[in-house]
Write a protein that binds this ligand. Structure first.
Ligand SMILES: [Ca+2]
Length: 165
């Protein structure tokens, strides 16, 4: 009789454990943030996965929009990790071109590393940042890019060029 009672309790405990596991699973298998229409989203991992960052300064629909972020240090993904040197994929769901730079103050991809200009994410497209580009993004502009006679903005003349599709 006692033995039977114990077996029942064990079965009940197992059932609860399974129920507990089922509750935890959806959080672990959480779908990646889907970047909304009209927004720019930066992702921690490739393929628009991992934690996302939707930063006001580079999102035309948000009140804090300025057209660029000269230094991503201090910006965070929703999981609290730093955005700087950690972005692996980007969705650009705006109508404007988006320009990527490896260094702060819109330096890096402009002249020395890539003479053809900054890396562009075209409107309503997304891209993985592979190879040298992975985990190296430090500044971003949307709808405009900084054209310089040299990549070092402190010693050479630079000016913003509007670039809106
Ligand atoms: Ca990353």
């Amino acid at each position: 009789m006692n033995k039977r009672h114990t077996a029942f309790k064990a079965a009940l405990a197992t059932g609860l454990a399974i129920a507990g596991t089922l509750i935890v699973l959806p959080a672990e298998a959480q779908a990646a943030w889907q970047c909304q229409d009209g927004y720019v989203c930066l992702y921690e991992n490739s393929g628009l996965t991992g934690s996302a960052a939707v930063l006001p300064r580079i999102n035309p629909k948000m009140s804090g929009y300025t057209g660029g972020i000269e230094d991503l240090r201090g910006s965070k993904f929703t999981n609290g990790k730093d955005v700087n040197d950690a972005v692996s994929s980007i969705a650009n769901n705006t109508d404007q071109n988006m320009f990527l730079y490896a260094d702060g103050n819109y330096n890096g991809y402009t002249q020395n590393k890539h003479p053809w200009g900054p890396i562009v994410v075209h409107p309503h497209q997304w891209m993985n940042l592979d190879g040298d580009y992975n985990d190296s993004l430090t500044s971003v502009s949307v709808g405009q890019y900084l054209a310089c006679s040299h990549s070092n903005v402190s010693t050479f003349t630079c000016h913003w060029v509007s670039d809106r599709d």
